[in-house]
Write a protein that binds this ligand. Structure first.
Ligand SMILES: [Zn+2]
Length: 343
């Protein structure tokens, strides 16, 4: 069997700070608002050490599956304060020889209920180079939320902005066209990520086409998290690809009240997407593995991942085999004497 060597995979969306939450409460399949409330309660009880420990556990599984880059959201609001950012900045530094971790300070709870989040986000942006994140469903007025987060990004000198976009999948929540237009107008198109974009799958064909055209023109990146199919629709990746949109794949939650599973194995997520949207042809399998191998869009992060001196070896030789078996790498190879491997 042909051996295959890789530099490792990219996970373009995770929530390391809220990983492994089953330590607080076992998963129960209650409606979303109830599970969101459990998350808020858990979050209010977080300590910096506890966030660090759970995030490290999630990170260890990602490393065991050959991940070299992860961009993680970190909740920033009056419930948890800046504890998550502090913990994740420490984790980022501790593991910098093995994996590049990018942070996005995230207004998960919105500003309607927690207006103090704005000052905290600006404070987070002063703690290190990072992005800022919003959620188009977090506030009553989604357009105002987008504008506010982009203004925070500008005022705080964020490296990029990300939005959980149209996560419900409902046509009436369709804000992707507004986001693409607003980001382009402010010159943030190429520094902006739209995560999920599930409503694209449920609006009319014409609306989807026009939105994808806008996304493509604005330079907005789209991040798809295939586990979202469990309760919602998935953005049409083949159409995005055809329009030349940069697509990234993410694990999203790992072991919390929204996803009790989540291995951190990027090949699992590629496999799920392959089944749901029929990426079956050899060239399509290669496209999916290519998504996992692509450089981060952020130039500084790409340069850092280039410098990582670890290679992962797999038994499976082709993209089809990699996706079919989704195995962990057989071994990793430090490229120089004394370089760190995962523990
Ligand atoms: Zn997410």
């Amino acid at each position: 069997m042909k051996e295959w060597m890789t530099r490792g995979f990219s996970n373009e969306h995770a929530h390391l700070d809220k990983g492994m939450l089953y330590t607080f409460l076992p998963y129960k399949d209650e409606p979303v608002p109830i599970r969101a409330e459990w998350t808020r309660q858990a979050k209010a009880a977080f300590t910096k050490q506890d966030i660090y420990d759970r995030a490290e556990k999630a990170l260890q599984t990602m490393l065991a599956y050959g991940t070299r880059y992860v961009r993680t959201h970190v909740d920033v609001d009056p419930l948890v304060g800046l504890k998550g950012v502090e913990a994740l900045l420490e984790l980022k530094e501790r593991y910098e020889d093995r994996i590049v971790i990018d942070l996005t300070a995230f207004a998960q709870e919105g500003f309607d209920r927690f207006p103090q989040s704005e000052a905290l986000l600006l404070e987070a942006l002063r703690m290190g180079k990072m992005g800022v994140g919003g959620h188009t469903l977090a506030d009553g007025d989604g357009e105002a939320h987008i504008d506010r987060v982009l203004s925070i990004a500008e005022a705080g000198g964020a490296e990029w902005a990300e939005f959980h976009t149209d996560e419900s999948g409902r046509p009436e929540h369709f804000l992707l066209p507004y986001l693409a237009t607003a980001a382009e107008k402010r010159g943030w198109g190429g520094r902006c990520y739209a995560i999920h974009c599930n409503s694209l799958a449920n609006v009319t064909e014409k609306e989807a086409e026009e939105a994808i055209e806008l996304v493509s023109r604005s330079g907005l990146h789209v991040t798809v998290c295939p586990t979202a199919i469990a309760t919602r629709a998935l953005a049409p990746v083949k159409k995005l690809r055809k329009a030349g949109v940069r697509v990234g794949l993410g694990s999203d939650n790992i072991g919390d009240f929204f996803n009790p599973y989540g291995s951190g194995n990027m090949l699992h997520y590629a496999q799920l997407l392959a089944y749901v949207q029929r990426f079956y042809e050899p060239e399509e399998s290669e496209y999916l593995v290519g998504l996992l191998l692509q450089e981060p869009a952020h130039a500084e992060s790409a340069a850092k991942t280039d410098k990582l001196e670890i290679r992962y070896r797999y038994d499976n030789g082709t993209a089809r085999e990699l996706i079919a078996h989704a195995k962990a790498p057989r071994a990793f190879t430090p490229l120089r004497e004394g370089a760190l491997g995962y523990e």
